[in-house]
Each structure stands twice: as C-alpha cells, then as structure tokens.
Design a protein around this ligand. Structure first.
Ligand SMILES: NC(=O)C1=CN([C@@H]2O[C@H](COP(=O)(O)OP(=O)(O)OC[C@H]3O[C@@H](n4cnc5c(N)ncnc54)[C@H](O)[C@@H]3O)[C@@H](O)[C@H]2O)[C@@H](O)CC1
Ligand SMILES: Nc1ncnc2c1ncn2[C@@H]1O[C@H](COP(=O)(O)OP(=O)(O)O)[C@@H](O)[C@H]1O
Ligand SMILES: [K+]
Length: 490
C-alpha cells in the first residue's frame, strides 16, 4: 500500500527529523534525488539547457541545489527568480559557484529562455503554497506549458493544493513530479493528478515519522492478495455467489455487461434477476437467470443493483427489496437516482452498502463534489453510513470510518458508455467473496483500471472489451506474464 499524506502531516513528520539532523541535510537529500531524476530524464547532462523557476521558499532552495548539481555535470543552467530578495541564499550561492546563471522573472528574454529549455524545473511553490498562482508565476507556468522541454515539478506542481489536489486558476503542467519523503494526496487526486504527471518518490528518511496513513493507494500485489484463486476445497458456491439486478427489456446491455464482468472476475456462480433476462441468458449461459424478482433468484452473498434498471415505481420496489436483505449491496446508476430521493433506505441497513456515483449522480445526494474529492466522498460516506466509490480519473473510495483509497490505475479511454456497469459487476463479485466493503471497492477500481489500460493498447475500447480482457488483467495483477504483451506494467 502506498500512503498518501496531507501537507500538514508531512510538516509534522519533518519537524523531528529536522531537529535530529544538521541544518540543510534534508534539503541536500531532496536536491540530490531531484538532480538524479532530472539527469535520467535528460539522458545526458552536458550542454543541455535547464531553466529553474525559483520561488522564495524552500521549494526554490531544492531547485537551486539540484540546478547546481546539474551545472556541475555540464548542463547550462539558468535560475529565474520570482522574488530575488527571498531566494534561498545558500542555494543561490551553490548555483553560482557551479557556473549557473541567474535572471529575474520579468527580465527580457525569460520567455525565450523557457521556450528553448530542454528541461524546466518548477521550484516556485511546494507544500507552503496557498491559493492560486500570482500573475508572475502564472506567466512562467504558461511559458513552460508552451515550450518543448521536459517539465518537472519539485515536490508538488505549483498551483496544486498538496493536500486536496485542488487547482485555483493555473497550475504547473508537470510531466514528472519528484516528491520528497511521502506522496502528497494532491498528486494523485482531483485536478492535481492531471498536473503531476509521473510521480517519483525520493526517500529523505521521513517514513518512521509519518502517521498511519488515513488514505492509501493499492499496488498490484495489494490487489492480488485480495484476488486469491479458488483452492482445492472450493466449489461453485463457496467463493461467494453474486446476484445482479440490472438492465431492462428495452436496454439489456447493462445487465449483460454487469453479469459478464461478475462472471469474469469470480466465475463461481452469478445469479441474474430482472427484465433483461432473455438478453442475459443468451449472452451468458453460465449465469442462472430469472425474469422474476430478486427474492426469486436464490441465495447470494452480495447484490449489485441499478445499472439500466430504470427509475419507475417498480424499480424503486426492487431496490427496496434488495436493500432489505442482510447481505452486502452495491448500488449504482439508476438505483443511485432512486436512493438519493430516499436515503433512509440505506441508513437503516446493517450489512455493508457500496454506492458508486459519478459526479452528477453524487450531486443528487445534496451537494456537488467540488475540488476536494476525498473530502466530498468521506462526507457522503459518513452521512449515509455507506462506502462511497466516487468515479473519475483517480477514483476515490471512502469508508464511513473515515479511511479512504485513491485508485492509481485507469485511463481516460474508460470514458465510454457501459464501463461503469462493468465496474459494478467486478465490485459485486468481490463483495460476495467476503472482503471488507471498502477493500472490495478499491480492488475493483484497481482491476477495472488495469483492464482499461490493457484494452486501450489495441485502440479505442468499448465496455465489452473490458469484460473480455478481465481474466488477462487478473493474471497481470497477480504477476503472471501475459503472452504477446511483452511488458510488465502500464
Ligand atoms: N521542511 C523540510 O524539511 C524540507 C522541505 N523541502 C522543501 O520545502 C518545501 C516547502 O517549503 P516552504 O515551507 O518554504 O514553502 P514553499 O517553498 O512551498 O513556499 C514558500 C512561500 O511562498 C509563499 N506563498 C504561498 N503561496 C503563495 C502563492 N500562491 N503565490 C506566491 N507566494 C506564495 C509563502 O510565503 C510561502 O511561505 C517543500 O515543498 C519541499 O520542496 C525539502 O527541501 C525537503 C525538506
Ligand atoms: N477521464 C477519465 N479517466 C479515467 N477514468 C474515467 C474517466 N472518465 C470515466 N472514467 C471511468 O469510467 C467509468 C464510467 O462509469 P459511468 O460514468 O458509470 O459510465 P456508464 O454508466 O456508461 O457505465 C468509471 O469507472 C470511471 O471512473
Ligand atoms: K513546485
């Protein structure tokens, strides 16, 4: 598991470490790691043009020391100072000693310098940044965005809130972010996720001082540990039977996709109950299908309810029937619309419930998501006493107990109709295995994202591709090489 931290948590952890180490030690560790990543990205340093965007705090100090190191290896380094009076004095001296040059933001030619750089290092603001970028910093950011060089953020892209990922106005568009001591939440969630690019974590000795993480990200091994294959003693019932209520006679697609995803995730046994029975039976002879009510389907260990089922009175009654059971229930799509009108249906449950809204569905529960996606998901989870999986780039899973996950897999290619139905089927199958509800939801998002990455390699994907590729994706997550793909990660 990767712990994800707020700026305050990182500051609190740094305090004892700063007190226990000679002055400047942590900055040297940070700058050394930063320079190493930059040199690797550049391939060779000699003669390469590097521009440092330098603010008045320690973030600028990191950039100046890393720039000095690159200048020492032959790079042509220029620091552009936002606030020359406050630029880190020792960092500035080190850069000058190594042969680096110094300019001020607003000097003539600064834009051209940035445009021609091979690498632009953003040391304007780190975890001390508050609110939007001021005009001079915003101007340098625009120049870096327009330039052809590699953009690298120091610790956090300037303009991104390190704790929430919120961006107020413009923020530095980093292709890479080199972050120190701990991964800040803002690098993996919300708008910050799109600005951070690839995140590189540099060890500065902070780990022993960090609190237990309240927000985490799963890795492939974490997901694999929760996707155990059946063992010799298992039969079709023992792995957890999942029930699906989805689709309608006119729109069988949601039922077909959801049932297929559940079967492909955990093929023990899937029961389907609903109006798309005919279509589901034709697509998945492996499923046990009834056109009747959920109560007529037979026993299950978890229900998925909602995709494509409609929002009329009959659908409302089916939802109430499913929520009245004592097994875990995943509520998606149309069932979320119904539930938002009648949240009492979920509050009175004793078994776990997982809600999987996208932003518009989330808003129906009373308030828009806003810029702090983890905060928003946690609030709704606490209010309803249910796990909330808030979909999107960097899907958030919040447990009513306050713990949360941010998903690290996925691709924008998943923004196509029906991929949410697939996610519901995966999550329902995992809930039926008896995993804690938030873990089941987080593993589902991880596997769904990996499947999307796999499917998107062959070109634009449609939801059915995900269902087909699920077994391969499970294999990959478990670390089993997949023929013909020729690499180990996405
Ligand atoms: N504290 C430590 O032990 C370490 C800190 N390190 C670096 O230090 C950074 C934090 O440094 P600082 O606390 O000096 O803060 P920053 O360098 O992030 O910000 C500096 C100052 O900018 C001003 N500022 C805030 N928001 C602004 C805005 N929107 N526009 C213009 N100015 C604004 C504030 O006065 C703030 O104090 C980290 O992100 C990291 O890069 C690293 O060197 C590792 C060790
Ligand atoms: N830009 C994006 N980047 C990554 N994932 C996305 C993006 N847009 C959508 N997704 C994912 O695609 C799925 C879409 O689900 P949903 O909106 O419910 O679609 P549908 O109802 O058509 O099935 C979710 O898992 C969501 O996280
Ligand atoms: K920065």
């Amino acid at each position: 598991m990767i712990g994800l931290f707020t700026a305050d948590e990182v500051r609190a952890a740094e305090a004892p470490l700063l007190a226990a180490t000679p002055p400047g030690t942590l900055m040297q560790r940070a700058a050394t790691g930063l320079a190493t990543v930059c040199a690797r990205l550049l391939g060779s340093t000699y003669g390469r043009r590097v521009v440092l965007l330098v603010g008045g705090g320690n973030n600028g100090g990191d950039a100046l020391f890393a720039g000095a190191s690159l200048a020492g290896r032959g790079a042509r380094v220029t620091a552009v100072l936002l606030d020359p009076q406050r630029a880190h004095p020792a960092g500035l001296a080190a850069l000058r000693r190594a042969g680096g040059r110094v300019a001020a933001a607003g000097d003539r030619g600064t834009d051209q310098l940035i445009a021609r750089a091979d690498l632009v290092l953003d040391g304007m603001l780190g975890i001390g940044g508050r609110g939007g970028l001021r005009p001079d910093a915003a101007e340098l950011t625009r120049a870096a965005a327009e330039g052809a060089g590699i953009t690298v953020a120091v610790d956090v892209p300037s303009g991104v809130d390190a704790s929430t990922g919120a961006v107020d106005g413009v923020a530095f568009p980093a292709m890479h972010t080199v972050t120190f001591g701990a991964v800040k939440r803002g690098l993996v969630v919300g708008e910050g996720r799109g600005h951070a690019g690839r995140v590189h974590l540099v060890d500065i000795g902070l780990a022993p001082h960090l609190p237990p993480p309240g927000v985490r990200q799963l890795t492939d091994p974490d997901a694999a540990a929760r996707l155990e294959p059946p063992s010799a003693g298992d039969d079709k019932y023992s792995q957890g039977v999942v029930g699906v209520v989805a689709g309608s006679a006119t729109y069988p697609g949601a039922g077909v996709l959801c049932t297929g995803a559940a079967l492909r995730t955990r093929p023990g046994l899937v029961r389907y109950a609903g109006a798309a029975a005919e279509g589901v039976r034709a697509a998945w002879p492996e499923a046990i299908v009834t056109a009747g009510r959920p109560g007529e389907a037979g026993r299950v260990q978890a229900w998925v309810v909602g995709p494509g089922m409609g929002t009329d009175d009959a659908a409302r009654d089916v939802l109430a029937e499913v929520l009245a059971t004592d097994v875990p229930v995943l509520v998606d799509a149309d069932a979320l619309t119904l539930l938002a009108r009648e949240p009492g249906l979920v509050r009175r449950r004793s078994a776990p419930t997982v809600l999987t809204p996208h932003d518009r569905e989330f808003e129906r529960f009373g308030a828009p998501v806003g810029a702090d996606r983890i905060g928003a998901a946690r609030r709704l989870a606490a209010e309803l006493g249910a796990v909330v999986l808030l979909k999107g780039d960097g899907t958030v899973v919040a447990d009513p107990d306050g713990t949360a996950f941010v998903n690290g897999t996925g691709t924008a290619d998943l923004a196509t109709a029906g991929t949410g139905d697939v996610l519901s089927g995966i999550a329902g199958a995992l809930l039926a295995t008896g995993l804690p509800a938030a873990e089941a939801a987080a593993v589902a998002a991880h596997l769904h994202g990996r499947t999307g990455q796999l499917a998107a390699r062959r070109g634009p994907l449609i939801a059915g591709d995900l269902v087909r590729r699920l077994p391969e994706a499970v294999g990959r997550v478990r670390g089993i090489p997949v023929d013909g793909l020729g690499d180990s990660g996405a």
